[in-house]
Design a protein around this ligand. Structure first.
Ligand code: FNR
Length: 341
């Protein structure tokens, strides 16, 4: 369908379902096992109420923010997702250029269709991108990739820690493959995570934090940020949503929010979903599947997605009496319907 007929991120997903082969649609869409966590990611936002204040001046609005000290136009970013080439020949290049034109952060996956260098080249002059990496058991592979990321101009590395030893069982997409979907290393522990930082001078951000204990561990180890995520429900089915994890960190290890930046993702499809995560303490919010689906139209589709999403955030913030994203805090959300973990 023409992009003019696309009004929100759900329209984008429906269009992608019609355009992509069943196999590739399933590979993007799938969660693990019963997809309880996948569904919970989408549903949790309906349980949070937003407080709107009327007596505020919202004639001038600011959505820009910094992530690890770099300026971006929006507090949301394109999360790492493998194999963008299944949706479009341009693959990650259109994600990089769309992000650059919109001024938002893009964090390509190490399992991308294009190489580290090709993705960097697709970005605009001066565009800041981070890169995702795994702790592969093959250390020379890690060293090679990290040095290439640095040479190509990437400014930070999100190291994914939730499927490093072992991967999730994704029944929906297994039907189209030989069923095997393995992890990325043989063993992985805290020493491996700490040692990983010595392999590069780039800032390292653990991605896939699901408990307040792990969040606190990362704070104590001195990481500049953590990324709260259940990987879009694709790894441990039954894992809590980012809303619940952020609430749990706040209850048990609130110092995390003062000591480091916190990013979060999972099921974010509306500007209001992002507002909820920001209000619960996230500094920036990741979108996984929506940009992958929007890429069926290439760069124009991804830009349309960013635009629609930004408009929803902007308008909802105005309706809440919030003129600056950095004002968002827990006073703007009511989580009484959520039973604490
Ligand atoms: C992912 N995700 C992911 N994460 C990561 O660290 N490295 C990766 O290679 C991938 N690959 C990947 C592929 C696909 C198709 C999807 C949908 C997701 C997880 C991703 O970064 C993010 O955490 C979730 O996608 C967020 O949930 P939503 O926005 O998709 O609901």
């Amino acid at each position: 369908p023409p992009l003019d007929d696309i009004y929100d991120l759900n329209d984008i997903q429906m269009a992608a379902k019609n355009v992509l082969s069943a196999k590739y649609y399933a590979s993007y869409r799938t969660g693990a096992l019963n997809e309880y966590t996948y569904q919970a990611n989408l549903g949790i936002y309906s349980k949070v109420r937003l407080n709107g204040f009327s007596f505020r001046d919202v004639s001038s609005m600011k959505t820009s923010t910094t992530i690890l000290g770099y300026n971006f136009s929006q507090p949301f970013f394109i999360a790492p997702a493998a194999e963008a080439g299944h949706a479009n020949k341009s693959a990650e290049a259109s994600l990089a250029s769309a992000a650059g034109k919109a001024g938002i952060l893009y964090v390509p996956s190490i399992s991308s269709t294009l190489s580290i260098e090709e993705i960097a080249a697709a970005g605009l002059n001066g565009q800041v991108m981070f890169h995702q990496e795994y702790i592969w058991s093959n250390k020379s592979k890690v060293l090679d990739e990290l040095s290439r990321m640095k040479a190509a101009g990437f400014k930070a590395v999100f190291v994914t820690v939730d499927n490093t030893g072992i991967n999730g069982i994704r029944t929906r997409s297994m039907r189209y493959t030989d069923g095997s979907d393995t992890g990325h290393a043989a063993n992985f522990d805290l020493n491996a995570l700490a040692a990983f930082r010595n392999l590069t001078t780039l800032p390292i951000v653990p991605k896939g934090i699901k408990t307040w204990q792990d969040a606190l561990t990362c704070l104590k180890l001195g990481f500049p940020a953590i990324y709260v995520s259940n990987h879009g429900g694709r790894i441990l089915d039954g894992a809590p949503t980012s809303v619940e994890i952020l609430m749990d960190i706040r209850k048990n290890a609130a110092e995390v929010f003062n000591g480091m930046e916190v990013y979060a993702d999972g099921g974010v499809r509306r500007g209001t979903d992002a507002i909820i995560l920001l209000a619960l303490g996230a500094r920036a919010v990741g979108l996984g599947r929506p940009p992958m689906f929007a890429n069926i139209w290439g760069e124009a589709g991804v830009m349309r997605m960013i635009d629609l999403f930004a408009q929803e955030m902007y308008t909802s913030m105005q309706l809440m009496g919030v003129s600056n994203v950095n004002q968002l805090n827990t006073s703007y959300v009511n989580t009484n319907q959520i039973v604490p973990l």
